[in-house]
Ligand binder design. Structure first.
Ligand SMILES: Cc1cc2nc3c(=O)[nH]c(=O)nc-3n(C[C@H](O)[C@H](O)[C@H](O)COP(=O)(O)O)c2cc1C
Length: 178
């Protein structure tokens, strides 16, 4: 559905005090969305539940960022990430997401959960949007999907290494530095 939407380049902002929440099953299909999720994405709750989370995927997002997200949560680890999402009408909204696995009483992963806040404007403009544009360009240099993701991941790792921090430390230091 989302790949037929044409991005408008218009950004939607939401208040810093609000949270966008969603939950998914093990395959990333939405099982829960809060009201703000629906409002920003431009869909009703019944239209979203059961759909893949990629329904809000923006074409500017590098594949390697989602690869990192999935490899972390499938490995039972939380992850923080900046994500540009696309609404039904092609507008976009940036989020700072905290994505976690949920566990059942037997310790097995039962699904995934994401809480998102509004990121700081300066950080997106100065650092994250240019970083992602660079990674996307690197990914697009490769015809083969696997090579594209590997090259994108290396670019992301190189950026993190250049800041002399771990990925998680960097996500937070960037957040407070903006
Ligand atoms: C809990 C959870 C939250 C997610 N949130 C988003 C999101 O806000 N935006 C997004 O594009 N993908 C999100 N994803 C990742 C999607 O499942 C998917 O990997 C991504 O949209 C790339 O889709 P594609 O591989 O079909 O291109 C989330 C996944 C999980 C498990």
């Amino acid at each position: 559905m989302s790949n037929q939407i044409i991005p408008t380049g218009r950004e939607i902002l939401f208040p810093a005090s609000e949270l966008i929440v969603s939950k998914t099953d093990l395959k990333g299909r939405l099982t829960y969305v809060n009201r703000l999720f629906c409002t920003l994405a431009g869909y009703g709750e019944a239209e979203l539940v059961g759909q893949p989370h990629s329904i809000v995927r923006h074409p500017d997002m590098p594949r390697s960022v989602f690869r990192l997200l999935w490899s972390s949560i499938e490995d039972r680890r939380e992850i923080f990430a900046y994500v540009k999402n696309m609404a039904r009408n092609g507008d976009h909204y940036w989020v700072f997401a905290h994505v976690t696995p949920s566990f059942g009483p037997d310790g097995k992963i039962t699904g995934y959960h994401s809480n998102r806040r509004a990121p700081q404007r300066a950080l997106i403009e100065k650092t994250i949007a240019p970083l992602y544009a660079g990674i996307l360009a690197i990914e697009r240099d490769h015809k083969n999907g696997k090579d594209a993701v590997a090259a994108g991941q290396k670019a992301l790792e190189d950026f993190v290494a250049s800041k002399k921090a771990s990925y998680d430390e960097l996500m937070f230091s960037l957040k407070s530095a903006a």
